[in-house]
Design a protein around this ligand. Structure first.
Ligand code: TRP
Ligand code: ZN
Length: 926
């Protein structure tokens, strides 16, 4: 059966979509000790011979063996070398007549299964597929069942040996997990390679690659003196773009050993890049497979953020080698066990590599910005789920920012509660206890707590674990009052959490709040916390920042010894993933922006000030009749003169890092502003933000010109944090100057941008110039786009940027949607390639709110057509797109009704995948 039966929503023949529940977990009835796979690779008919050794799990009552399978053609099943009877239950292969417990006990038996599959027709990119003539696999979460019949669950761990056979001219390189033990020629121009993985693994970590590839490689020596070979495989033309990824891998290996004592446990570690990939990358044991986007970089084709992303994704996949592979997940509900922890580790890796306090703060701000603009909305919408979910229909839909980014914040809170050294101790205990096992989120938290018995984490562990079980973003409301007579400041902190689907009532969370107090003039004040300090602590030695751990719905803190009302600085470095609702005046925020010792809160103060202005301006407009039709009438006075002056001070500051300045001077995104509102008028938000942008552009015109001149690089290109920061700030300046030029009708800056587009020596500056022209609707945008395309027509990752920029540009003339439809007709467009589909369709539907949310609903019609069209090819990618409208209930009319109708139109299709079905059903549920 090669064609997937779409009506069979779980794809396993079990009938309608089935909800899988965490509480239903039971251990497998059989173990698979070893697997010997032989592949005869052929695009149209690949033969797979699977010889396994199994035995009954003595801990589980005897039952038939049920092997998962999907879209396989079954040719033969042999039990201990003999034909045996079997039946199909949906797509599952069921063996009823195995050696009985009475006769054989739990002695091993051999099963041999021969199947074929068709990689050339695999458009879902799960299982074995073809990409540009080479074979690749993707097995996480449940793709291995598309390669052979198996117990496709992460708690079944086996030893693998793999023989690959293929045409030698077409597929000269044959790779799989572990070590190469044999290779050689076969008849008819074919050849073979045999790989043996020395480590047991769950089948989701299996991988093979076969094709015409070349590698950049480097030998390294670990601390113990062991030698390892690191390789990065790409298509022959891409070899010159692999040095950065290889060095990122070298750094990753060294970092995990230095910071956590975790060495590379393989002689050979390989990364392979493919341009057809559903996600970012995959941590298959010893054979990571990457989206080309996270491998290939040269200064001519990749931006500074591409370079940074490559470093962090290479790190992420490598760190999985311990957190995910050596210790894996018992079941998919525990996904954050590996993903949250590994994201935390890659974030720390990037911070440690950046190595300056300011660059660390910049990275933290960027990470928090992702969390707040993507995870907070998820946690407030119909797809909200706990970091350890209780149920799912399609596991692919649960590779979410909640599992990844919020999961990383939970690990970070543990790190905060036990300290850096305590956390390292906890990791050590975690591996002592669980190396080689498939475990749960509870096991991880327990190990960190047990290694730190005197910590707040150990004391509060059961309550802390509510972070794993309760969905939704907690809100901490803070109000302070100063009593001049006693010189004391009382801070009242109240926490609450709104209901989420299936969870009406929430219990209080453990919330670590790092805090400090400033004087009105900005001095850091010593903190004397009543009832917490030992009596003999000398006033002068009191700390100016401290950690307070909230556990109750409401708590009051009293600080003494204060000569005047202080300015509170709460949740420093974003010490918990909460919304902080704090009563502060603009003057207090200006003080924090100028003086806080905590860089995160300095940035946060600026964002709060701008957000306040935005929300006030939006509310003003909402009181007028037909608000959104008056979008042209927002004056240039959304930001106060004081705030403009404060922004100028930051921009001109003599010592602040350029990267930090760029973050402060970047307005909160439209989606973050929308998050703060109960009812969302996307056009109004866009108009207000645009007005703020123009006000910054015009009021700070000479400052932007200064910033542009001051932050030019003459040196050789380097993607390090300081030089990337300079380019980020000069890029923002160029945008602002082109924006101002549009208002002044002055051609100087667009002319300079065009000049830069022609002469730039690196992609960061070239793309900044192009986007300044395109975003501001310059007359030079069209020739600039044409020139850019001609220059990079043979660089798919750059062409993705070219598409994304056009599809993501705000609508000026009401024609963005027709431009997007036209882009889909471009000869370079392909719906089958996920990167390309994302660059056009997602850029428009998910990253261009003012063009997408059209009053005539045409954007939504386009969305529903694309969801349905993509679903037939690639359900995973389609389901991501389907989520673009999940917050429809927050929209104002007429968008709200139109969005609902569009979702209902998708839901009405009888032949949807379980992926898309789950998303639209949840969106429509009450
Ligand atoms: N485990 C991968 C990671 O490092 C995620 C991943 C890659 C994935 N490809 C996938 C998950 C396909 C599901 C399906 O984050
Ligand atoms: Zn991961």
């Amino acid at each position: 059966m090669l064609q997937r039966h779409k009506a069979d929503a779980n794809g396993d023949g079990a009938g309608p979509a089935i909800t899988i529940r965490r509480e239903d977990y039971s251990a497998p009835a059989f173990w698979i000790d070893s697997v010997d796979l032989t592949f005869d690779l052929d695009p149209n008919k690949t033969r797979v011979l699977n010889r396994m050794t199994l035995r009954r799990n003595p801990g589980v009552a005897a039952q038939p063996l049920k092997l998962d399978g999907q879209d396989l053609n079954l040719a033969r099943v042999l039990l201990d070398g003999q034909c045996t009877s079997f039946k199909m239950e949906g797509q599952r292969l069921v063996l009823n007549h195995l050696p009985s417990v009475e006769e054989h006990g739990t002695a091993p038996f051999a099963l041999e299964i021969f199947t074929t599959c068709c990689p050339a027709r695999n458009t879902q990119l799960m299982g074995l597929y073809l990409s540009q003539g080479s074979f690749f696999t993707q097995c996480e979460a449940e793709g291995f069942r598309r390669i052979t019949y198996f117990l496709d669950r992460p708690d079944v761990m086996a030893s693998y040996s793999v023989t690959l056979r293929a045409d030698k001219a077409l597929y000269p390189v044959l790779l799989s997990n572990g070590n190469l033990v044999a290779s050689g020629a076969l008849e008819d121009g074919r050849h073979f390679a045999k790989w043996v993985d020395p480590h047991k693994k769950p089948c989701y970590l299996f991988a093979l690659v076969a094709g015409n590839l070349v590698a950049r490689e480097q030998k390294i020596r670990s601390r113990s003196g062991r030698e390892h070979l690191l390789q990065v495989y790409v298509r022959p033309g891409d070899l010159d773009k692999t040095e950065h990824a290889l060095q990122a891998l070298v750094h990753s290996v060294a970092w995990d050993e230095a910071r956590f004592g975790l060495p590379l446990d393989l002689e050979r570690f390989m990364i392979v890049a493919t341009s057809d990939f559903n996600m970012g990358a995959m941590e298959n044991k010893g054979l990571n497979i990457f989206n080309t986007k996270y491998v290939l970089a040269s200064e001519a084709t990749a931006t500074d953020s591409d370079f940074a992303n490559i470093e962090s994704v290479v790190g992420h996949e490598y760190f999985h080698n311990w957190t995910g592979n050596r210790v894996t997940c018992r079941d998919w509900f525990q996904l954050s066990l590996k993903e949250g922890l590994t994201v935390f580790r890659d974030q720390e890796f990037s911070q440690d590599l950046a190595d300056s306090p300011s660059a660390r703060a910049v990275k933290r701000i960027e990470d928090v910005r992702v969390l707040r603009t993507t995870q907070f909305p998820e946690d407030a919408g119909p797809m909200a789920h706990p970091v350890r979910p209780d149920s799912y229909i399609e596991i692919n839909n649960f590779y979410t920012v909640t599992i990844y980014e919020k999961g990383a914040e939970l690990v970070r809170m543990m790190h905060t509660l036990v300290g850096r050294a305590g956390f390292a101790r906890g990791m050590k205990l975690y591996f002592e206890r669980h190396d080689g096992q498939a475990v749960t989120c509870d096991d991880f938290a327990q190990a960190i707590a047990d290694a730190n018995p005197a910590s707040d984490l150990a004391r509060l562990l059961p309550q802390f674990k509510r972070w794993y079980s309760q969905a939704g973003t907690p809100c901490v409301h803070a109000s302070g009052s100063y009593d001049a007579a006693s010189g004391s400041y009382t801070l009242t902190l109240r926490q609450s959490c709104a209901p989420t689907p299936d969870q009406a009532d929430k219990q209080p969370f453990v919330i670590p709040v790092e805090l400090g107090l400033l004087s009105a003039s900005g001095a850091a004040l010593p903190l004397h916390l009543a009832g917490a300090d030992s009596t003999d602590s000398a006033p002068a030695s009191a700390p100016t920042s401290r950690l307070v751990v909230l556990t109750e719905a409401e708590q009051t803190l009293t600080f003494t010894g204060l000569g005047s009302a202080p300015v509170p600085s709460l949740l420093r470095n974003f010490s918990a993933p909460v919304v902080l609702d704090i009563e502060t005046t603009d003057d207090q925020l200006l003080t924090l922006l100028e003086h806080d010792t905590d860089a995160f809160n300095r940035w946060e103060a600026g964002q709060r000030l701008m957000l306040r202005c935005a929300i006030d301006a939006i509310a003003d407009g909402a009181n007028e009749a037909g608000a959104s039709s008056h979008i042209g009438h927002i004056g240039h006075k959304v930001l106060s003169a004081d705030l403009i002056q404060a922004m100028r001070s930051v921009l001109r500051h003599p010592t602040l890092a350029p990267a930090f300045k760029e973050l402060v001077l970047t307005l909160p995104s439209e989606s973050y502003i929308a998050e703060q509102l109960d009812v969302v008028d996307p056009q109004r938000i866009h108009a207000v933000r645009q007005a703020m942008h123009e006000q910054l552009a015009l009021s700070l015109h000479s400052d932007w010109a200064w910033a542009w001149e001051q932050h030019q690089d003459s040196d050789r290109y380097r993607p390090d944090a300081p030089s990337a920061g300079r380019r980020a700030l000069s890029g923002l300046a160029l945008h602002m100057l082109c924006c101002a030029a549009r208002h002044q009708g002055a051609p100087l800056w667009p002319g300079k941008a065009y000049q830069r587009l022609k002469s730039a020596a690196n992609m960061t500056e070239r793309l900044n110039a192009l986007s300044a022209l395109v975003a501001n609707g310059s007359e030079l945008a069209a020739p600039a786009l044409a020139r850019f395309h001609a220059l990079f027509k043979d660089e798919p990752l750059v062409i993705d940027k070219w598409f994304a920029l056009q599809a993501g540009t705000p609508d000026r003339a009401g024609n963005r949607l027709s431009a997007v439809r036209q882009l889909m007709q471009h000869p370079d467009f392909s719906l089958k390639n996920p990167n390309r589909a994302r660059s056009v369709i997602f850029s428009y539907c998910c990253a261009n709110p003012s063009a997408f949310h059209r009053a005539d609903a045409a954007g939504y019609v386009f969305w529903s057509e694309r969801v349905i069209e993509l679903d037939a090819l690639n359900p995973q990618v389609a389901a991501r797109l389907a989520r673009a409208l999940e917050r429809w209930k927050k929209l104002a009319q007429p968008w709200r009704s139109a969005a609902r109708e569009a979702i209902a139109r998708v839901a009405a299709k009888p032949e949807l995948s379980s992926d898309v079905r789950e998303v639209v059903n949840r969106a429509l549920a009450d």
